[in-house]
Ligand binder design. Structure first.
Ligand code: LLP
Length: 463
């Protein structure tokens, strides 16, 4: 179908969605700096480039769909967090957002530590040369095998998540003749303003040990008694994709309160606190995330203030940003396939991926942006829904977006801010093959996680 012959679809005025897409942006060709990786721009032909490579070349060389990561941006964001927190604090990148061996090396180069939450993440980190003492091991149901591997390899800390785990880790460490550095994860009773599935510090959920009812204090009592454990601090993580700092303030206040109670009861001042991750990023122009230096300032000030009031030595702070580092550094590059205008509703634009490479829209009602990247267009805006190729109607990548009305099969579109929790939550649903992750830097692209193949799929199918 020729571009000009393609029907423009419904007039958007009748069906405008609520929220940030209540009106089309002034110019669909403009890329909002807030949601795109730092080196993204358009060349003189109107083709989007990243890291000095244009997306048509990327699609040709690596195929679509593909996650494209701006390495310079990743490194810059990692460094910004590191610098913002300085030498008196530690930044643990949360590997669950996205982890690969290249990423581990970038983090190592930039002086960050790493938070892992499974044996698989631990294996990835160790195999890429992250020193074990810079790794924190998390999880609400670590297996004995995982704990053993973590203790044997010498991880810097294990974050204890339950009463049973206190005993289990102590026992394993002791049987290996070791004393394991641990923190206790507590739930401070804060309702973070985010999606229910990604809020983690209210009490009615599976993580941590509640501060309420003296449970956290009891956990500390038990941990301090066990020879296999060296209790170094208290951990709190209140949720994810949070913009409002007040939840962190309350959490810091309550964690310091517990440190004070521990000092009063045991005469011990625990040297560390970890305030977790969870800082939000911009998925659309409507989001206004904070900069790492603002976050660092806010968190360190509140902890110092609270400690001064409690006459405690200020503990060493650590944080665990995942999304805020990797999220904005990548976009997913798709090729447009079928285009279906539905009269009076919107135009459905199908791409060659979908909920298997980005489950966040279906799972959390997440909002994303999208742009035509293989060319510019002066056509009028058309209200579109970007959908995948999976066999269900909830297979939506971008719920509401404006794309140019002359969009045609074969065009490349890209969804920005897909660096976090997209590849790491990708599936093989419908036996769709998971896309590669391609890093671009200084005019060159390099596959860091290759595309899945049918052989990969069939290798596991041993029946
Ligand atoms: N630390 C702990 C203990 C965590 O559980 C998490 C995230 C983080 C740090 C990193 O949080 P971040 O800075 O990336 O927000 N799949 C969901 C997010 C789940 C987050 C789980 N824990 C999503 O796609 O939004």
């Amino acid at each position: 179908m020729s571009r000009s012959a393609h029907p423009a679809g419904p007039r958007h005025a009748d069906v405008l969605p609520e929220g940030h897409y209540s009106a089309p942006p002034a110019d669909l060709n403009t890329l909002d700096r807030k949601v795109w990786a730092q080196t993204v721009g358009r060349n003189e032909d109107g083709v989007v480039t990243v890291g000095g490579v244009d997306v048509k070349a990327l699609a040709e060389e690596h195929g679509t769909p593909a996650y494209i990561v701006d390495e310079a941006d990743f490194r810059a964001r990692a460094r910004a967090w590191r610098t913002a927190f300085g030498h008196d604090a530690d930044v643990f990148y949360a590997g669950k957002a996205f982890l690969s061996r290249a990423v581990v090396r970038w983090l190592h180069d930039e002086g960050l530590n790493l938070d892992v939450c499974s044996g698989g993440e631990l294996a990835t980190a160790l195999s890429a040369g992250m020193p074990a003492d810079r790794i924190a091991f998390h999880g609400n149901n670590k297996s004995e095998q995982e704990i053993t591997r973590a203790v044997e390899s010498g991880v810097g800390r294990i974050v204890l998540d339950s009463f049973q785990e206190i005993v289990r880790v102590a026992h394993i460490a002791q049987s290996l003749g070791k004393r394991q550095r641990v923190q206790i994860r507590i739930t401070v009773g804060v309702e973070a303003h985010t999606h229910e599935f990604i809020a983690t510090a209210h009490e009615d959920q599976k993580f941590g040990i509640p501060l309420a009812g003296g449970q956290a204090a009891e956990a500390v009592r038990r941990a301090l008694k066990l020879d296999g454990l060296e209790l170094i601090g208290i951990h709190s993580h209140i949720g994810s994709q949070i913009f409002d700092m007040s939840g962190f303030e309350v959490a810091a206040h309550r964690v310091v309160g517990l440190l004070k109670d521990i000092r009063d009861e045991h005469g011990v001042e625990l040297p560390e606190i970890d305030l977790g991750g969870g800082l939000g990023i911009a998925y659309t122009s409507a989001d206004d995330p904070r900069e790492p230096h603002e976050i660092a300032k806010a968190l360190t000030e509140i902890v110092s203030r609270e400690c001064e009031a409690a006459r405690l030595r200020t503990p060493r702070i650590s944080v665990e940003p995942g999304r805020a580092i990797v999220g904005p550094t990548a976009f997913t590059l798709y090729e447009v396939g079928t285009i279906k205008p539905l009269d009076g509703l919107r135009t459905y634009v199908s791409v060659d991926g979908g909920m298997s490479d980005n489950i966040r829209t279906a799972l959390y009602d997440a909002e994303y942006s999208v742009a035509l990247v293989s060319r510019t267009s002066d056509a009028e805006p058309m209200l579109a829904r970007v959908v995948g190729k999976h066999c269900e109607s909830g297979d939506i990548v971008v719920k509401d977006a404006f794309l140019p009305a002359d969009l045609a099969p074969g065009d490349l579109i890209a969804v920005p801010a897909t660096g976090a929790y997209c590849r790491s939550m990708a599936s093989n649903y419908n036996h769709v093959l998971r896309p590669p992750v391609v890093a671009v830097h200084d005019g060159e692209s390099r596959v860091i996680v290759r595309r899945e193949t049918e052989e990969d799929l069939l290798r596991l199918d041993v029946g």
